[in-house]
Design a protein around this ligand. Structure first.
Ligand code: ATP
Length: 229
């Protein structure tokens, strides 16, 4: 394994003056290529804030953020967008699928946006990914006709579309029943195993976290402890 991501002394404050809230207070985290890690911490501890920064959707107030050898704290917005499209996939608690679009259209959407058009290669990869997540018979279903677990599997396929090295998942099982949640985690573990895609998954659920090989805990704006299972 080799280092994929390294953040050092990460600080994030929201607001100013009396309204200032310091959420991350000097957080350190390294992720190796191919790791499957859970991100745990009490509500409000800064998990989503950290994922948003790691996803280059927001800059930290200070600190170092290096991924694939690039210093992302000094990159401009255009470079960050390009970097994000190429290297990072996202899965959210509320899947964020486009409701009137089919499963396939939802999966190929990020690549169509990045390429400025929809290509045949993208459609082929989209179909392959939907088969990969067990939804080959749901390719042309509109998103509203899919179950919660199926929607989340489409969201995982979409996150993988551009072959990212890192997938950031913010409570991906938070809205699912236990069985669907277990299936989603099994799917993530399988993709991680076969393709060496690195996953960082925030969760409140200790059982879900235990299915990951590593658990990173955020407490009081810092990484409090890290364990390997
Ligand atoms: N845009 C914002 N402006 C001001 N404060 C914010 C903003 N976003 C988050 N916060 C605050 O930062 C703190 C951390 O929020 P964050 O969503 O990162 O925590 P979390 O660990 O993901 O919480 P949860 O587990 O409840 O989702 C909270 O106190 C929150 O109110």
């Amino acid at each position: 394994m080799s280092a994929l991501l390294d953040v050092r002394d990460l600080v994030k404050t929201y607001g100013e003056g009396d309204a200032e809230t310091r959420v991350l207070k000097g957080l350190d985290l390294s992720l190796e290529t191919g790791e499957l890690s859970a991100l745990l911490g009490p509500s409000g501890s800064g998990k989503s804030t950290l994922l948003t920064i790691l996803g280059t959707l927001m800059k930290p107030t200070s600190g170092q953020h290096i991924m694939l050898g690039q210093d992302l704290t000094t990159a401009d917005d255009r470079n960050l967008t390009e970097f994000r499209n190429r290297h990072i996939g996202f899965v959210f608690q509320f899947h964020h699928l486009l409701p009137d679009f089919t499963a396939l259209e939802n999966v190929i959407f990020p690549s169509a946006v990045a390429a400025g058009r929809e290509t045949r290669a993208a459609r082929d990869r989209g179909r392959e990914l939907l088969a990969r997540v067990g939804l080959q018979d749901r390719t042309d279903f509109v998103a509203t006709k899919l179950s919660g677990g199926q929607k989340q599997r489409v969201a995982i396929a979409r996150a993988l579309m551009n072959r990212p090295e890192l997938v950031l998942a913010d409570e991906p099982t938070g809205n699912l029943d236990r069985e669907s949640a277990t299936q989603v985690m099994e799917l993530i573990a399988e993709i991680n195993d076969n393709e060496q895609t690195t996953f960082l998954i925030s969760t409140h659920d200790e059982k879900i976290a235990e299915t990951c090989r590593r658990q990173v805990r955020v407490l009081d704006g810092r990484t409090a402890s890290q364990s390997q299972s």
